[in-house]
Design a protein around this ligand. Sequence first.
Ligand SMILES: [Zn+2]
Length: 650
Amino acid sequence: MNNFASRIRTTLSLMIVVFGVVSCTNGGNKKSAASGPSSHIGAVSEVAVAPYTEISMKAQAQRVPILMYHDLVKEDKTVYFDVTRREFADQMQWISDQKITPITLDQLYRHLTTGAAVPEKSIVITFDDNYQGFHDFALPILEAFKFPAAMFVHTKYVGDKSGKHPKMDWPTLKELVKNPLITIGSHTVTHPADITLLSPEDQTKELKDSKEVLEKQLGKPMDYLAYPDGKNDKIVQAKASECGYKMAFTMENTPAEESPSIMAVGRYIQSRLEKAWDDRETSLRGGALAIFRTPIKDAPVVFEEGQFRKTKLALVLGGMPETELSPSREGVLDFIHRTPGTVAGINGGFFAMAAIASTDNQMVGPCKTHDVATFYPDKFPEIWHKLRNRPLVVWGPTEFAIVAFQPETANTDAAFKDFMPDYTDTFLAGVWLIHNGIPQSKEDMDTFGSKDIQDPRRRAFLGIDRDGHIVLGASTESASSQMLAEAAASAGVQEAVLLDSGFSTSLVYGEDVKASGHSTNAIPSRPVPHAIVLRGTLDARTAALGVSTFKPTPDEPEPKSRHRHRKRKEPADESPNEATAAPPDSTSSTTDQPPTIPPTVPTTTPPATTGGDPPVKKKDVSNYLHRMQPALSTGLLGGNLKSISGFISN
Ligand SMILES: [Zn+2]
């Protein structure tokens, strides 16, 4: 306890030293610090570059399952979690046959906290309880395969040879720790049945004493911990961190990257090896496709309308994107009107209460917008299991990114700054529609999307083309998300995510509503709390003629599914209402129509900055707004979760 207290004191005094540097810088010359903040900023940024120690969004392109073994026995099992030598050899052979690479805990830690890449198909092999059977039966097999593994030791029982499951002694552990394949970690002192139920003093003793004894005996830092029986809570996690552990393991069946904390990394019991691998595949298929990052390139804002494959789309391309959050709800045109320099826009992310009369503007998922510039975390842990792995859209002045969302570890400003230090905008989208220019299959989308994402609706998306130009798009007729994805990919969109769709759908170019959630653009779409607007100038040629240079991808008559072995379903299967309207499916490239420019040139008036009478459409939107109560005074992001339109199945 005294040692622990002194460690805490040392930590505190280090913090005081760090802050002392900052306050000395400021305190030594207060006037200059107040008038010129550069020295202050310099000191703060030195503190801010401390290594990130949580599970990073940078790790979200991969999924690593972790296996947990207990004793290995020659032949006869006495408990269900014993593994025979034969079974273990078979599992290692399976891992080898699948070309899966076991990695070390150090590799895993670097991957999780910095995003350092690990082999595409990686796994981690761990053992609990220091059984002699590990040394006698598992080690020779691991050495034959050259597979690294970790052993978590409960120090009170080191050398205990009583009973049917003898434990390794210190000489054996000292020999093991020299083996480059083996990492030793702590499993507390006495292996309490539930460490969360112990007194704070006893919790500290279990965590600290086992670490110190192992470090003294084995001469190596003990950075990693496995909670006995996986039992832990936030208090024990914090205590483990204070005691100096960098990463700790539970028995929750989840891929490492989807764990709630670096101090609560999930593991699968060994009998679930195939489930562990299935979970990994599911995550990679539906959500963790990649970490997509690209520079944003500005360009004059152009409009395009036409049929791409089976679906009519309205598209706006170019400009610099900004998201905005409204204190009430507004039509997209109103967002544009109140933001000088913006000329086009689309409804944004999903919000919690779809009812038009609702004044609750809580967004689903974390949100930061250009205008509000405050980070709002997601506040609905009860639905986090439905939000996990949805695409988070993140951008800053120069870069645009899409990454799979983890509700527990990607829900702070610090997590986003670690990912993109100068990020200005983020929101959670519905599903990833297009990746690498290839539309996601219905099955891929359904992995995390709700069933109604394939309902026929006017649907909206945010995307980027292969030149780094932002694309705002919407279907001008009802479409499933799969049809939307196929159409947008055919139009040349490289990456795209689904925005709030249905009655919210609203694409605006200049003063014109080019796509609406209603069957006619004359009826304004449902006002929304969140919009994506484009800063820039309308392309002169497009503005004058309603014609653009945006072309369908010429060399891809039939969008390829990422999973060619899967049978592509007819749209009729998923949206009967749409079946009569949709042309029969065909593999012929003749169904891939070039964009149809409407015979009547759309009237495009100059942007709002010129003033003048508001168009009829805007008046209609204002009528909606008139009926709604402003929500800002009662807390912009308060309220209860009632329903989430088009996003979460009931
Ligand atoms: Zn154990």
